[in-house]
Design a protein around this ligand. Structure first.
Ligand code: CS2
Length: 501
């Protein structure tokens, strides 16, 4: 069997078996510079732009990808080899797989080796938008205080060495300084991370950093740049060898890093762009004056729902989110969490029926072909839970609402970090930037039941609530005595007749 590597020059023969870009990629300008090209950017924003380019007349809106972390080296190598092309594999619940080559990513700069090139690209006159998927933790925002974390060693480094930055803020200030000196128009900073008020957070953190480095630049940023808030959505699991083999077997195509995703896609953006924007409304993207209620709904239901399944799922030994959904106890537990602890905190949203939305989340999570691993969901929980789950518990504490489902997940997370094995004694690999700290604090439970909660920038003021700590301690004790989380979930749902209440 002859296998063809994915490259621009091989698109023509491939076009008889799957859709490939029909537009002339060499004539397109990169109006967007995107930092953080991973699976999600490639299944979401790059896919939208690909559709737009395919519709013609939008040649100003290609993408230049930038990787600022050492870990981006692999993406760099693959994309350079493949002329920045990749296959998007959309997995339908009925088993259908739709494959398509995406061409909107025009070039990729591995900034770790070429910081100047990356900064110049951001400062290029063609660049109108700098978009970000740098993960929840990449903003260096202390969730407890809402302030910029100047203590992080990378931030310190960037303040000292502005020409060789490590953080997004170092890159942005270097590039924006050039734009200002060259009297170029400002850009829009478009955050696409799962953070409530993501645009505002990006703005606040950038201004804090710039203020310290160069107050005049900070003033210019404040006056000239816009930071629309956005809500982004498309479940994009980690790419596995199965996907790579599928393309080899079915299309004789060697794509070293395809992207797998669900059919569902959504993007809601505030229409506030400093230097023009692509006409994304033609593709069903919603432009609204205030995105906050939609962001809150998505983060508190979808993202938190994932963690509510994933953390106990890992302890139980479920491998994927759809495995969790097949387990009636897990599925009901998650739905009850949504119904009893989240729904009442979400305001009215025009055109949204929350019951329909929650039903659709259940169906999306249950898609048997998406195989989204619980390890992806549990990864970086130290950055996710302060955004996805802890604010829900805090709000419920303020309003006297139910907290038991959310609290159970935090107790289960402590167990997960302390023990790192599932029920069959299989090792659980913790993927988290703060892994050691989490393990250490979680293991302190023997001497101090509340030790885990003492990581203040994760758990905020939860420790101060007696109602919360009482409930948490009971649950923690129960889980450490009997790690069969599923039985506790059953007990918890039967309202007070089980081991925990
Ligand atoms: C997930 C998200 O990382 C997570 O824990 O909840 O990546 C989720 O799949 C996306 O936000 C879906 O839009």
């Amino acid at each position: 069997m002859h296998i063809t590597p994915l490259k621009q020059q091989h698109l023509s023969p491939l076009s008889s078996s799957m859709p490939v870009p029909k537009y002339d990629r060499s004539s397109i300008k990169a109006g967007i510079v995107h930092v953080g090209v991973g699976g999600f950017h490639r299944s979401h924003q790059a896919y939208y732009m690909h559709q737009l380019l395919g519709a013609g007349q939008h040649a100003a809106w290609g993408i230049c990808g930038i990787g600022i972390r050492e870990a981006d080296q692999q993406m760099n190598q693959v994309l350079q080899k493949q002329d920045c092309l990749y296959t998007l594999m959309t997995q339908h619940p009925d088993g259908e797989v739709r494959c398509e080559v995406i061409g909107s990513l025009l070039e990729y700069i591995f900034a770790v080796n070429a910081p100047k090139e990356a900064i110049e690209k951001m400062a290029h006159p063609d660049t109108k938008i700098i978009s970000l998927t740098i993960t929840e933790g990449g903003y260096h925002c202390n969730p407890n205080t809402g302030m910029f974390d100047f203590d992080h060693p990378d931030v310190q480094h960037d303040l000292e060495q502005p020409h060789h930055p490590k953080t997004i803020f170092g890159y942005l200030t270097a590039a924006l300084q050039l734009r200002r000196e060259r009297a170029l128009p400002a850009v829009t900073i478009l955050s696409c991370d799962n953070i409530q008020h993501n645009g505002e957070v990006a703005r606040k953190m950038l201004l804090a950093f710039a203020q310290k480095q160069n107050p005049e630049l900070a003033h210019w940023i404040e006056e000239e740049l816009s930071f629309p808030n956005t809500m982004v959505d498309r479940i994009t699991p980690v790419t596995t060898d199965t996907a790579i083999k599928y393309l080899k077997n079915n299309f004789q195509l060697n794509d070293e890093w395809p992207v797998v995703c669900e059919p569902y896609i959504q993007w809601i953006i505030e229409d506030n762009f400093s230097n023009g924007r692509p006409p994304l409304e033609t593709l069903g993207v919603q432009f609204v004056p205030d995105v906050s209620p939609y962001e809150k709904m998505k983060i508190r239901l979808l993202n938190a729902g994932h963690s509510v399944l994933g953390i106990p799922g890992a302890i139980h030994g479920h491998a994927t989110i759809n495995d969790c959904m097949e387990d009636q106890v897990f599925a009901s537990f998650m739905r009850q969490f949504m119904d009893r602890e989240v729904t009442s905190l979400l305001g009215d949203m025009e055109g949204i029926d929350l019951t329909v939305y929650k039903d659709s989340l259940e169906a999306r999570f249950a898609n048997p072909n998406i195989k989204d691993s619980v390890s992806r969901i549990c990864s970086e929980s130290s950055a996710k839970l302060p955004k996805f789950l802890i604010p829900t518990i805090q709000e419920n504490l303020r309003h006297g609402g139910s907290i038991k489902y959310g609290t159970f997940i935090l107790a289960a997370w402590c167990y997960y970090c302390a023990k790192q094995v599932d029920l069959k004694q299989q090792e659980i690999e913790i993927i988290d930037e703060r892994k050691e700290e989490l393990q250490h604090s979680a293991n302190g439970y023997k001497e101090d039941r509340l030790s885990f909660l003492r990581i203040a920038d994760i758990f905020g003021d939860l420790l101060q609530s007696e109602r919360f700590t009482t409930e948490y301690s009971k649950m923690l004790k129960a889980i450490f005595e009997e790690p069969d989380v599923r039985s506790h979930m059953v007990a918890l749902m039967s309202q007070g007749h089980g081991t925990i209440e």
